[in-house]
Design a protein around this ligand. Structure first.
Ligand code: HEM
Length: 145
């Protein structure tokens, strides 16, 4: 059972991160599209669907399955919560979830033609989930502490 839940946890993580890495690319291209153009309206639909159909449910599943795994860890009372690597990982995952919240806000801003950021801003933002993902995977697999 534990191994199955872990497999589905990783599948959910892949879907979440795929969306978290792709959405800022859409924002970069969207910045270059004229407001009211067909191109801009198409980006709005793509952004809304990516957020609602992939990113939101995948984040929910990652949390649900991850917390289940955490409660069923080796410590009979606290599970994996007794291990420091999990606490460090949780801090990073909370930060990633906060970034997710910011993405949702930017999707809304674009939908109302009220984007306030430049192409460069979204290019830089695009690097953040990549770095976080690497750190989280190292913590989960290597468990350095
Ligand atoms: C949402 C909160 C999360 C919680 C509570 C959580 C918790 C856990 C737990 C307890 C395990 C089992 C570790 C083991 O059996 O050795 C695990 C496995 C794993 N998690 Fe998460 N996780 C979360 C999010 C994430 C995210 C965002 C990523 C990647 C970016 C991730 C990547 C992994 C990987 C790769 C494994 C497999 C580790 C292994 O078997 O060696 N997790 N997670």
């Amino acid at each position: 059972m534990y191994e199955w839940i872990k497999a589905f946890h990783i599948i959910a993580v892949i879907a979440w991160l795929a969306g978290m890495l792709y959405l800022p690319r859409l924002f970069v291209y969207h910045c270059g599209a004229e407001k009211g153009s067909i191109q801009s309206e198409t980006f709005k639909t793509m952004e809304r669907r990516l957020l609602r159909v992939i990113i939101n449910p995948a984040m929910f599943a990652t949390w649900l399955l991850g917390l289940w795994l955490a409660w069923h860890g080796p410590d009979s009372r606290y599970g994996w919560f007794a291990s420091s690597w999990l606490l460090a990982k949780l801090a990073l995952v909370v930060a990633l979830s906060a970034l997710h919240g910011a993405y949702a806000r930017w999707v809304k801003d674009f939908a109302a033609d009220r984007n306030r950021h430049s192409q460069n801003f979204y290019r830089i933002i695009n690097e953040i989930p990549t770095v976080m993902m690497a750190a989280i995977v190292i913590l989960a697999v290597v468990k350095p502490f």
